[in-house]
Write a protein that binds this ligand. Structure first.
Ligand code: SAM
Length: 429
């Protein structure tokens, strides 16, 4: 397919997402199934246009003076892929699959409109109702933080030290331009790529099948590292989900001690068994119910609560969720977080640690939750993260944000990772 056909395909997918409120991955998959002539390169390019459009939906619509899927698709090529209107006209000339050319009116809008004149949330490409939370969290830097959440994400991997060193994995992935991550100690990064370029399918690689690495955002690796699980300790991953952080902690403990993985949702927990096997992990016990954990109440050295959240920190990867999030969703998550914290805290031994993580950058889900929890549970006290950060990663590395000087927030703009919040609380001995 030529670029015109790819743009038309992306416009169809964007229309499907908008009219049927479909998740982007489902809409792309369906498009591929009903257009079997499209090759993998075509599907990747269409996916890139769709994701790029969703990341910058409001600013594109403002500059084109039009929020239709066609206008958004054109804006991607003009603003994000760096093509000029003239180059597009030449490219689409004679391509019967290309969409209708942009009208003179739309082109004039694109040339004359100035984004500085748009409302601030439009400049930042975030829903208007969330702007106050960004301002609270990031003060003057809120707009830069919002805009960085509209960039394309890199592909991040974690070398599984139970099976291979980071250098060995880097060598195995040499052809993918993989480099060592800037902060995470076992992290590996593959650049995001530009325009139609697609990320490699590293899970098809033999090195992945052999368990040498996991796919895990660098921010997720960093917060798992900040738990500082020690060899021989008893650790509970209370919201283990598919086990991303369980695997990282088990490897950091070098298979010594125990990690107990629990989640209320059995379906989310299910993939963990296969992943543990592939990774060569021998120190993890999986729990499907609280009753099997309850004899261990008050016994754990460290309890991680990787809480259910709005996922605002992952908007680069899942831009459609940015536009679907509602105040009601946020309220629901806040209640779930309080419940998870309350249930998990009972498992911390006196003198042990409760670690709270979200992949959100909203203060309501982060600082407000842990400050509220410690106020209601005075035997828990927040321990500042800064010293552990410097000890683990070095003082010269990019620094996360911290509004209260004790907790940390990772963001694309500060640490070049997904957005994550981390707080360590100790239980009085
Ligand atoms: C952010 S996800 C976990 C991701 C996982 N830790 C990882 O690194 O791959 C949050 C998880 O919390 C679980 N959850 C929600 N409420 C819970 C509760 N009250 N107790 C335990 N788990 C809960 C959800 O089912 C979901 O799998």
């Amino acid at each position: 397919m030529r670029l015109g056909g790819r743009l038309s395909g992306a416009i169809e997918v964007l229309t499907d997402i908008e009219t049927r409120r479909r998740p982007v991955a489902d809409a792309l998959k369906d498009w591929g199934l009903s257009h079997r002539f499209a090759g993998s390169g075509d599907r990747a390019a269409i996916g890139n246009i769709v994701y790029d459009a969703l990341r910058m939906k409001l600013s594109h619509a403002f500059l084109m003076d039009d929020d239709s899927p066609t206008a958004l698709g054109y804006a991607v090529l003009l603003r994000q892929w760096g093509l000029s209107p003239e180059a597009l006209t030449a490219e689409f000339d004679g391509d019967r699959f290309a969409p209708q050319a942009l009208s003179a009116e739309k082109l004039a809008a694109f040339h004359t409109r100035n984004l500085d004149e748009a409302a601030p949330h439009v400049q930042g490409d975030i829903p208007e109702w969330i702007q106050p939370a960004f301002e609270t969290n990031f003060s003057d830097a809120w707009l830069a933080e919002a805009q960085a959440l509209a960039d394309r994400p890199t592909l991040d991997l974690r070398a599984n030290t139970l099976k291979a060193s980071r250098d060995k994995v880097l060598k195995a992935l040499e052809r993918n331009a993989a480099v060592a991550s800037a902060i995470a100690r076992q992290g590996i990064r593959i650049p995001a790529g530009e325009g139609p370029s697609r990320l490699p399918n590293v899970t098809a690689d033999l090195a992945f099948q052999k368990g040498w690495f996991e796919v895990q955002d660098e921010g997720s690796q960093i917060v798992a590292d900040l738990v500082v699980p020690q060899e021989g300790e008893q650790v509970l991953d209370f919201c283990a989900g598919g086990g991303g952080k369980t695997l990282a902690m088990a490897a950091a403990m070098n298979n010594k001690g125990q990690v107990h993985a629990y989640d209320t949702d059995r379906k989310r927990l299910a993939p963990i068994i296969e992943r543990l096997k592939r990774a060569g992990t021998r120190n993890v016990q999986v729990h499907e119910s609280l009753s099997s954990l309850s004899p261990l109440s008050g016994r754990f050295d460290r309890v991680l609560v990787d809480a259910p959240c709005t996922g605002t920190g992952t908007w680069r990867r899942r831009p459609d969720t940015k536009w679907r999030l509602t105040e009601k969703n946020l309220e629901e998550r806040l209640t779930q977080q309080q419940e998870a914290l309350a249930n998990a805290s009972a498992f911390v031994r006196p003198g042990g640690f409760l670690l709270y993580v979200t992949c959100s950058i909203l203060p309501q889900e982060n600082e407000e939750q842990v400050h509220g929890f410690c106020k209601a549970n005075p035997d828990f006290e927040i321990q500042p993260v800064a010293e552990t950060w410097s000890r683990l990663f070095g003082a010269d590395k990019p620094k996360p944000r911290s509004r209260d000087g004790r907790t940390v927030t990772l963001t694309p703009a500060s640490t070049d990772t997904d957005g994550f919040f981390f707080c360590a609380m100790s239980r009085k001995g």
